[in-house]
Design a protein around this ligand. Sequence first.
Ligand SMILES: [Fe+2]
Ligand SMILES: [Fe+2]
Length: 342
Amino acid sequence: MPPRPLLALILAAVGCGLPASDSGLASEAGTACIDAAEDATTCPDAADVDVAGAFVPVSCDEEEVISVSGVGELAFTDQMGVDLGCCYAAQVVDPTPGSDCDVGRPFHEGHRAVVSGVVPRDDWGGAALAVPTRSAPADPTRAAAWARAGVAEHASIAAFSKLALELLAHGAPAALVRKVHAAGLDEIDHAERCFALAARFGGVAVGPGAFPFTAPIDAARPLAALAADAVREGCVGETVGAVLARAAASSAPDPDVRAALAAIAADEERHAALSWEVVAWALRVGGPSVKVAVTAAFAAPVAPIDVAGLALRAGVDGALLVAAGRGGIAEVVRPAAAVLTA
Ligand SMILES: [Fe+2]
Ligand SMILES: [Fe+2]
């Protein structure tokens, strides 16, 4: 869907968006790992770990590790469950909060976008959707990129489940609750499509591991906080993501990839409009605190658009996607935000 029709869809949804990221860079609790030898059986003391070489596993972001503590445990640290590391409790900082996964709605704990690891299994797309049989050379890099997209889509299921609980907690109308649940079902389909393509390019069926929740979900947090996140993750993130997915679908040379991206783009355009509808409802019922939070979220700088993963998956030029993303902000997000906050 080109920018103008997408803008029209959004404006119709709100009956008549733009954000960004929090600027606070306070550290928060997380997990950090260091590489371990394949035959390692123990981990060094936290006091002996060089944090400059530590990293945060299975995350969409590039967090900086500030410190590690506690007892190190051996665990797989990569998206394919291959690389072994020693992992510790840690304090981390996300220098680009809001950039997260490249397409779709992330699941956040604090500033951190959380995703599952990737594990061998055939019940998340490998078998449920027939793996395309068109012959293609094995491409482990592209397979890993599709698996990474799969766990990001899988995280979107959790994100919409959380949003549904929050809407219930704030007395939202049935129409909104229904659409949010439907969006969660769409995300299951997206995850399966991504894992099916990971299987096709990698030659082995993979899927998500158990989702690594580390904190309770606060379904009753203030409506202003919900609305601000909806601006950041939905009105901006999902709208730009929908534009990027459509652009990638239009240019992807591989027919299987093109078909998957086209199906995802069509759903994401609907999800983008839903985010604007949620914010419009929150503004109607939430009073001045919601208005202040939404206005601030729209006024904040837009987070960097990460197109590298999508460009690799689609087999398209990243510059094309960057241009599309900028067009989405200028031609869809900003005009829709102006209408919504007028
Ligand atoms: Fe979505
Ligand atoms: Fe999605």
